[in-house]
Design a protein around this ligand. Structure first.
Ligand SMILES: *Cc1c(COP(=O)(O)O)cnc(C)c1O
Length: 818
């Protein structure tokens, strides 16, 4: 190996080799010959980070000079996925790094496998935040993503006898080369204590006398824009004990107590709550929420704004986007800072605050609308509770002025709920405070206005808007599906990665047999790649000649994995009952990926059932291998990147009116899978764009769901009247999938029959019909391929770049500053 010249820049192979070896020797402290793969990975990551760092520093300086309006994206979750390839791609270093490592005798693929993805989110909400920071950087929008650096991210899922067992995700244990701490920029965050009033030159003011505090230490992640030299910041906060806190106790001579205090403080950023859609109202969770938003607001005011900034003009410099209700405690926090610390009059502070926040709602499920008990909130944040009461009093006064003493309306709109216990309704607080409130798909935004927040829509109609979610084409096409990306570039030229509407150009190619053949080869290659990943990772076998039918997303009753299970059992039942022979069945491999919240018993039972059905179906000789059920554990971004490009069929089968948007649905369509889906969330928009001929629609519409619910949903009617359904459910009930034990899955069946809010049985027959249409369509491979290409061509709308542009136009008004 030749020694690189001293001055070779990092963007040359020689320069990269030199920096890599230097990092290996002096940062990691090993020689190349003695280094482990992890050492090499860390040195590689460090080299990429060095390259980005120079641009990051430049950008910091430039943004500082410009003093443009910034977006502060506040999100309790960022489901980032692996960083190495994304950063190499953005910085155009992939080939250089590959060659440089080859010169050192290292295969970059081996190092890729060393990276543990930062799983700092549960599912779609956290992944959306990760797509958005990518698009913000790529579009050159001044912005900072703020969140929490959980020491343990989403649990690692394993299966023992088909049942989920959670393992801690110690993602930091082998080093975290992508972030750097800035202890000198720490913020002190207070909790507890009491409030008091005092006389300030004749004016009575309130102040908070906190009981305890912790230090929030920022860890910066560099977020490179794609090929634009831009590097934005994702700032995640870690909790550590404050020195003062320690000292006081140390001085009292209680060493053990001081250590306990340290642990207590650090608990705040210890672990991500693994609940998706059903918050548990735990005190530590409220601590996390306040911890990160207070640190973020403090950071922006103290460190990003110039020292002499007049906060009256704050709305010209920042918009805080609230990603769901998790950061909503930021609203009373900004009020507290303005009124108690910066001496603003209440009304002036409120006028500022109302322009500085916007709120994204992510749900339609009532149980997902976060509330905090007044008791708990008052104990942890007494001053904030007072502020919330005052905001509510003023707001309800305005409602009275407009609507008179309509007590029912007042009660319904109050930020304070009374039943079953006194609580703060965080979604209402966000709606009252936010300049804008958006849903995440057209249907969802409409349902927010019509139902969830109807009274508020009547009161502030101008606040409500929609921004349909999107996904980043850098990660979900370029990185996840490089052969498709090449094919697209070959057809359309470069540029589509940052202008996804250009995919429209593929429409013409859908009619070209040669292009279709190339596309089919890409899909086949992705299936082989997935087969090899699943073989290596889990010892699973994927056959080349099967349709890949994929349902990957969090396990939740509303997403209706059970409907998928009933379809599989129906197919199997046809064979074992002699109604069909295996030869009649289209060969299909069903792939599931799904984590269940550890406390969500029904979701865990469903996981158990899926594995149990797989165990039987996969091993029954009558099936002749024509049906396969695979459930690789631990679905995460890394697995998504392998599974989605290989899929033929995308399962998006939630009950209409329950899925806010979905983003998995977009990833599949953009990778040329056809969707079988309900008219729910963004499925509606996907279907409108790709056309009914290229989408398998089934199930009740949202108004039909409402009508059936109002009339009285009787699942047993569906069970009694549908022979296939009855037979499939009876097969499960017989113990066929539980070694003859009839009790194991009984709770699932009785739930479906007597207590199912998500109406699985009502949509069963329509779903089975849709699957028959899928089989028929799949039989004509060439026509299927054409539809797949049209799905890609018509889904450019679902780029998260478009979402961000919509946020800029409709909510933020923060032009790019490239
Ligand atoms: C995209 C994504 C999700 C969201 O999927 P939905 O089908 O929209 O629920 C969840 N988890 C991971 C790992 C993802 O990449």
């Amino acid at each position: 190996m030749a020694l690189a010249p001293v001055s070779a820049p990092l963007s040359t192979v020689d320069g990269f080799v030199k920096q890599f070896l230097q990092n290996l020797n002096f940062d990691i402290g090993v020689s190349l010959s003695a280094s482990s793969r992890n050492d090499q990975y860390l040195a590689l990551a460090g080299t990429v980070r060095d390259y980005l760092m120079a641009r990051w520093l430049d950008d910091q300086r430039r943004q500082n000079d410009l003093q443009a309006k910034s977006v502060c994206y506040l999100s309790a979750e960022y489901l980032l996925g692996r960083q190495l390839d994304n950063n190499l791609l953005a910085a155009r270093l992939t080939d250089i790094a590959t060659d440089a490592l080859a010169e050192c005798g290292i295969r970059i693929d081996d190092l890729r496998e060393m990276e543990v993805e930062p799983g700092l989110g549960n599912g779609g909400l956290g992944r959306l935040a990760a797509c958005f920071v990518d698009s913000l950087a790529t579009l050159g929008v001044p912005s900072i993503g703020y969140g929490i650096r959980y020491e343990y991210g989403i649990f690692r899922q394993t299966f023992v006898d088909g049942q989920q067992v959670e393992q801690p995700d110690a993602w930091l244990s082998l080093g975290s080369p992508w972030s750097f701490p800035h202890p000198e920029a720490a913020q002190q965050i207070s909790f507890g204590g009491h409030t008091e009033t005092y006389d300030d030159r004749g004016v009575t003011r309130s102040r908070w006398i906190p009981g305890w505090n912790v230090k929030a230490v920022p860890y910066n992640y560099m977020v490179p824009g794609y090929h634009n030299g831009r590097v934005n910041t994702l700032r995640l906060w870690r909790a550590v004990a404050t020195d003062a806190f320690d000292l006081r106790i140390f001085n009292s001579g209680d060493y053990e107590e001081a250590v306990r205090a340290q642990t207590f403080a650090e608990n705040i950023s210890k672990v991500l709550y693994p609940e998706d859609s059903t918050p548990q109202g735990k005190e530590l969770r409220l601590q996390q929420q306040y911890f990160f938003v207070a640190a973020s607001i403090g950071d922006f005011l103290d460190n990003v704004l110039p020292g002499d900034f007049d906060l009256t003009n704050l709305p010209d410099r920042v918009i805080f986007q609230l990603n769901d209700t998790h950061p909503v405690i930021a609203v009373p926090e900004l009020m507290r800072v303005l009124v108690d610390e910066r001496g603003f009059e209440w009304d002036a502070a409120w006028a500022i605050t109302q322009q500085c926040f916007a709120y994204t709602c992510h749900t339609l499920l009532p149980e997902a609308l976060e509330v905090w008990s007044v008791d708990l909130l008052g104990r942890l944040l007494p001053r904030h509770l007072e502020i919330i009461y005052r905001i509510n009093d003023d707001f309800l006064e305005e409602v009275r002025e407009r609507f008179g003493d309509d007590e029912l309306r007042i009660r319904n709109m109050s930020i304070i709920g009374e039943h079953p216990y006194r609580s703060v309704r965080m979604a209402y607080l966000a709606t009252v405070a936010g300049a804008k409130v958006n849903g995440v798909a057209e249907l969802h935004s409409q349902l927010l206005r019509d139902k969830v927040l109807h009274d508020f829509d009547e009161f502030f109609p101008e606040k409500f808007t929609n921004v349909t979610n999107g996904v980043t084409p850098r990660r979900f096409i370029r990185l996840a599906n490089p052969t498709l990306a090449e094919l697209i570039t070959e057809a359309l030229g470069a540029g589509w990665t940052v202008d996804l509407d250009r995919l429209r150009g593929l429409e013409a190619f859908a009619a070209d047999p040669e292009f279709r053949e190339k596309f089919a080869a890409v899909k086949a290659g992705n299936k082989r790649r997935l087969a090899s990943v699943l073989h290596e990772r889990d010892g699973l076998t994927v056959s080349d000649d099967h349709m890949l039918d994929v349902m990957v997303k969090r396990l939740h009753e509303y997403k209706r994995q059970m409907l998928k299970v009933l379809h599989i059992v129906t197919e199997y039942d046809k064979i074992v009952s002699g109604r069909a022979t295996a030869a009649d069945i289209t060969p299909r491999t069903f792939i599931f990926g799904a984590k269940a919240a550890p406390g969500y018993a029904m979701a865990k039972r469903i996981i158990h059932l899926i594995n149990a059905v797989g165990e039987v179906v996969n091993n029954d000789p009558l099936v002749e291998g024509r049906l396969k059920v695979l459930f690789p554990p631990n679905y995460n971004v890394t697995l998504a990147e392998r599974v989605i490009p290989a899929a033929d069929l995308s399962e998006q089968i939630s009950l209409a009116g329950k899925e806010a948007s979905g983003t998995g649905n977009m990833k599949f369509a953009l990778n040329g899978a056809l969707t079988v889906g309900t008219d729910d969330g963004a499925n509606v928009e996907i279907r409108e764009l790709v056309g009914d001929d290229n989408f398998f629609l089934f199930g009740m519409s949202e108004p039909e769901v409402e009508a059936l619910w109002a009339k009285g949903y009787k699942p047993s009617d569906f069970y009694q009247s549908d022979d296939n359904l009855r037979s499939a459910m009876d097969l499960i009930a017989s113990g066929a999938f539980s070694g003859g034990d009839r009790s194991v899955f009984e709770p699932i069946l009785s739930n479906l029959l007597y207590d199912d809010r998500f109406m699985v049985l009502a949509d069963y027959s329509s779903y089975i019909d849709a699957q028959a249409r899928v089989d028929l369509a799949y039989a004509d491979q060439d026509a299927w391929t054409r539809s797949a290409i049209l799905n890609i061509a018509r889904c450019g709308f679902f780029s998260s770049d478009r979402s961000i542009k919509d946020y800029i136009d409709r909510i933020w008004h923060t032009p790019p500053t490239l």
